[in-house]
Design a protein around this ligand. Structure first.
Ligand code: PMP
Length: 453
């Protein structure tokens, strides 16, 4: 048997010998899916199963797998220049992408700093805000304010800004102090109010922290409109507008982590547009390359950038990664942005939102459905054991893996966040495919028997 023949059998068994997967308890987890091909919204396994990618491969894929235009852009760039360091060098894909991004972003976000992934986009933002105040001679501003249920990534700074959760608890002693305010989680309102009657009262805690900490605050960091890994929490736009207003009132920076929401996921190009808000720093990654390659951009204003311009070299922003602004990734990102116009992506996401709303809302009446939330191309069903007294739920809720296994059996790849089922497909999904996927979700939820104990 040749080496190639051996390779083609049972990827899963060979994987188990040497590979360590993220977010996976190797001891007890189901065997990893051996994926050999992707096309459109489908993934194909070595054992000939076809799975609908209902989570866009961890929220990155928007145009479908193996899109001919993106394949072409990648191959063309590889023939010209695959990579060069970005300190002291530049190249056309990076320059053109910076031009495109600054033209698309809310006016005033003019300076693009590249890195590799969502976590580094956030690390860059945190370090940029921290040094901004130092460079301006205001080194007392050393505190970050963030929200409960936040998730900003797995590196140490990003974990510090993230809410307390199973993702961060083992590392608590490593993290720096971040002050935390209420998130507008309306279904589990921190103040026990009803959205229809409230005045976004949950903003009060952020205001109190800003008042108390006043001149200490380097920045407020939020995931605008949709807090992702913390539970797919959809915000009222008024909360986001309020955060901007408070940052202005108390003279601090606003960092918008749009790693998940950027590039149309909420039916606007950027979620900040829902409240016509311009952050001082925005973090972008995930769908930036359409789901092809790791790339991130932390984009800021002339005013923040200006604080780093000096004859004093100690004011330099000393942050750079080996693969900063990788030309292949930048070229694919440009081709991906091109597709928004050519293939009408934002209109598609708006239609997807309408369909998800229409199809998922009726599930509210089912016994174990506590809440249904929809924004753009994201549909969320939060399950509870008791509608009258919904327990906290959370990522480790053991129903998550059981639900995932049942969806997989039906050919739908989902990864519920514990008791929170969400569907976030590539934008190119058809109406019929959405109907099929929602049927699967509805049937599984309807038949769901909450485990005893
Ligand atoms: N910020 C947000 C809002 C995210 O959802 C994520 C990833 N889920 C990150 C940051 C981290 O991105 P990455 O996994 O690319 O490091």
């Amino acid at each position: 048997m040749t080496g190639n023949a051996v390779q083609s059998i049972d990827l899963t068994a060979r994987d188990r010998a040497h590979v360590w997967h993220p977010y996976t308890q190797m001891q007890t987890a189901l065997a990893p899916l051996p994926i050999v091909r992707g096309k459109g919204v489908y993934l194909y396994t070595e054992d000939k199963r076809r799975l609908l990618d209902g989570i866009s491969s961890w929220w990155v894929n928007i145009h479908g797998h193996s899109h001919p235009k993106l394949n072409e852009a990648l191959a063309a760039q590889a023939r010209e220049l695959e990579h060069v360091l970005f300190a002291g060098c530049t190249h056309r894909p990076a320059v053109e992408l910076a031009e495109r991004l600054t033209a698309l972003l809310p006016a005033g976000l003019t300076r693009v700093f590249y890195s590799d992934n969502g976590s580094t986009a956030v690390e860059v933002a945190i370090k940029m805000a921290w040094q901004y105040w130092q460079n301006r001679g205001d080194s007392g501003r050393r505190l970050f304010l963030a929200l409960r249920y936040a998730y900003h990534g797995d590196t140490v700074g990003a974990m510090s800004a993230s809410g307390d959760s199973v993702f961060t608890q083992p590392f608590a002693g490593l993290l720096f102090r971040v002050a935390r305010a209420h998130a507008p989680y309306c279904y589990r309102c921190p103040l026990g109010l009803e959205r229809a009657a409230c005045q976004i009262d949950c903003l009060g805690e952020l205001e109190r922290l800003l008042q108390e900490e006043k001149a200490q605050v380097a920045a407020v960091i939020v995931e605008p409109m949709l807090q992702g890994a913390g539970g797919m929490i959809v915000w009222p736009a008024e909360f986001l507008a309020g955060v901007r207003r408070l940052c202005d009132r108390y003279g601090t920076l606003l960092i918008a982590d749009e790693v998940l929401t950027g590039f149309g996921r909420t039916a606007k190009m950027f979620a900040c547009e829902h409240a016509r808000v311009r952050p001082d720093i925005i973090c972008l990654s995930k769908a930036l390359t359409g789901g092809y390659l790791p790339l991130a951009a932390t984009v800021t204003t002339d005013s923040v950038y200006g604080a780093f311009l000096s004859d004093d070299r100690r004011k330099t922003f000393f942050h750079g990664h080996s693969y900063t602004a990788n030309p292949l990734a930048c070229a694919v990102a440009l081709a991906s942005l091109e597709l928004f116009g050519v293939e009408g992506r934002l209109q598609r996401v708006q239609a997807l939102e309408n369909q998800l709303r229409r199809r998922l809302e009726p599930l509210r009446t089912l016994p174990h459905v506590g809440d249904v939330r929809v924004i753009g191309g994201v549909g969320v069903v939060e399950l509870v054991q008791d509608k009258q007294a919904p327990a906290a739920g959370g990522y480790l809720d053991r129903i998550g893996p059981e639900l995932a296994a049942e969806f997989l059996r039906r050919g739908l790849l989902l990864r519920p966040l514990g008791n929170v089922i969400y569907f976030m497909p590539p934008y190119v999904i058809t109406d019929a495919e959405v109907d099929w996927a929602v049927d699967q979700i509805a049937e599984v939820v309807e038949a769901w028997k909450w485990p005893e104990g």
